[in-house]
Design a protein around this ligand. Structure first.
Ligand SMILES: [Cu+2]
Length: 153
């Protein structure tokens, strides 16, 4: 009797592991990590957010837009070199940020970023700012940006 119970439990556990391995696999999800922004006083009207987006799904993904209560307007931006060799920024040309299936997109200082236009509060060190990202497939994804002097480890 005891032996049968153990065998049954073992089989049940293996079945759970097998199912869990499929549905919970990190390689099958869209994952946003390391969301942060640089500290700045309220007098600085704009700010930027950076993050790493990993697309573990088998479908190409697009970050379409973002919003945050602390910003009047949020845009998806990229840095580029102007004619006079000065760095400028502008909305991403396609209107979205592509994250290919099985690939990733890094929004980082000097590159693509989520632009916060018209801050209505200081970006003080340690502040955590809720941001809503809108993806083509995954829909709305809530993330939190940590305000820091440099990219957090
Ligand atoms: Cu910008």
């Amino acid at each position: 009797m005891k032996r049968i119970t153990i065998v049954f439990l073992l089989a049940f556990t293996l079945a759970l592991v097998a199912c869990g391995g499929k549905s919970n696999s990190a390689s099958n999800t869209l994952d946003v990590s390391g969301v942060w922004g640089r500290n700045s006083p309220k007098a600085a009207t704009n700010g930027a957010f950076y993050m790493l987006i990993n697309n573990g799904t088998d479908k190409d993904e697009k970050l379409l837009s973002a919003s945050a209560d602390i910003c009047k307007v949020v845009e998806l931006h990229e840095m580029y070199v102007k004619e006079n060799n000065v760095m400028g920024m502008r909305p991403v040309p396609e209107g979205y940020i592509a994250i290919p299936a099985g690939g990733s997109a890094e929004l980082k200082v000097g590159g693509m970023h989520v632009m916060c236009i018209g801050k209505n509060a200081e970006f003080e060190l340690g502040l955590e700012i809720p941001i809503t990202l809108v993806f083509e497939n995954a829909g709305e994804v809530e993330v939190t940006a940590l305000i820091s002097e440099e990219k957090p480890e």
